[in-house]
Design a protein around this ligand. Structure first.
Ligand SMILES: [Zn+2]
Length: 405
């Protein structure tokens, strides 16, 4: 059974980790080098010609496909966050390899390729989607000067890995070389489980923006009377609670995951407090409408408490809609598994498909995961769901073959 093989392979890849206890596999590390070699071998077993590209993504193309025809690309990523599960990204690569194996001799009106991206999570250098952005033509040489937590530059890490740093951008596929990109991924949310469905069709990947928000007041001795205080941390605290209230009301996803206080002493009123805000919604318009309400409330808090307020955007991504004909192909694939009315889902999480969308049309297939748990060791999928995912993705490719003649 191919689903059993996928799960066994996910177990095998999980052993290649920088940590003994828990999975950590970051870009341009010895762990990546090992899983890349294994994935390349599996691609060859599946009848693909395999090669590492200039950005340390592993690529494979059917032996029977010449170099001229544009390709349908199937894939996902092999890197992980710290303390990861076994399936985020990995499942999509392994399912893609199974589908390529099944279609190794199939007559298709396009070439068929598989890709295992080297960096989606941005764990090591803080900037996400490095592998997929390189393939999509979005690589920036300025990223060579990014540093990891140990002070190693991306340039040094690339050289150690065996890449030529100045050449990474050459991983870019020419416009017109792809007919589309399909990615299978665990849902990382509970909706499929709640609806008792194995698979879902992604309609769009949510728009996201990250900001750092800071309140500045006055650091004073804790003997200072209430009426003379300008406590930056109380402003930030009120602000964080407001973020939750407003984002819940608006149906947006908002997370404050980091907070920093100065001078960070037990008997000093905080003169400075800074927190991060990760805000997502189905469209940039919806996201920005929620931010407008949050900003208004933060300004109100600042005035009320006599604080200075500043905010800076650190990351912004528009929504990445899936192409209607690829959504239909994924839905048609799911229908062949017996689900007559496939569920549409917005992906709140980001994916390689967002980066690839700059180059070609994208489509995504979501697979139920237990409890919606992801980015955690408890991440789990059912073997029968994986079997349906392989069937559905294969059928989606065959559906496209009839559409794109
Ligand atoms: Zn992922």
């Amino acid at each position: 059974m191919t689903a059993a093989r996928v799960l066994a392979r996910a177990d095998e890849l999980s052993l290649h980790s920088a940590w003994d206890d828990g999975i950590l596999r970051a870009y341009l590390t010895p762990e990546q080098s090992r899983v890349n070699a294994i994935a390349a071998a599996w691609m060859r077993e599946a009848g693909l010609r395999s090669w590492p590209d200039e950005a340390a993504n592993v690529c494979g193309r059917r032996q029977i496909d010449d170099d001229e025809r544009p390709a349908l690309l199937l894939g996902s990523h092999l890197d992980t966050v710290p303390g990861a599960g076994r399936y985020d990204g990995i499942l999509g690569v392994l399912v893609a390899i199974e589908v390529a194996d099944r279609l190794r001799d199939a007559e298709l009106p396009f070439a068929l390729e598989v890709v295992a991206f080297g960096d989606e999570e941005g764990t090591r250098f803080g900037t996400t989607l490095l592998g997929s952005r390189a393939l999509a033509g979005g690589w920036q040489d300025a990223w060579l000067d990014l540093h990891d937590a140990d002070g190693v530059s991306l340039r040094e890490a690339a050289t150690t890995f065996g890449l030529i740093p100045e050449n990474i951008g050459a991983a870019a596929r020419p416009p017109g070389s792809l007919v589309g990109y399909l990615e299978c991924h665990i849902e990382q949310g509970p909706r499929l489980e709640d609806l008792d469905r194995a698979l879902g069709v992604v309609t769009t990947i949510a728009a996201a923006e990250r900001r750092m928000i800071s309140f500045r007041g006055e650091a004073r001795h804790s003997a200072t009377p209430w009426e003379l205080r300008h406590d930056a941390l109380l402003g930030a605290s009120e602000g964080i609670v407001a973020v939750e209230r407003i984002a819940r009301d608006q149906g947006s996803h908002a997370t404050v995951g980091r907070i920093r206080v100065e001078p960070d002493a037990v008997n000093v009123i905080p003169g400075f407090a800074e927190f991060s805000l990760d805000l997502r919604d189905a469209t940039a318009n919806r996201r920005d409408a929620t931010w407008g309400l949050i900003r208004h409330e933060l300004q109100h808090i600042a005035v009320h408490r006599g604080l200075d307020l500043e905010f800076a955007s650190t990351h912004i991504a528009p929504e990445a809609p899936c192409a209607p004909h690829l959504r239909e192909a994924i839905a048609a694939g799911i229908r062949t598994t017996g689900d007559e009315s496939p569920i549409d889902l917005v992906s709140i999480a980001g994916h390689d498909a967002m980066a690839v969308a700059d180059l070609t049309d994208i489509g995504m297939l979501f697979v139920r995961c237990a409890g919606g748990i992801s980015h955690h060791a408890d991440e789990s999928v059912r073997e029968d769901d994986v079997a349906l995912a392989i069937d559905a993705l294969e059928a989606a490719v065959r559906h496209l073959a009839t559409e794109l003649v």
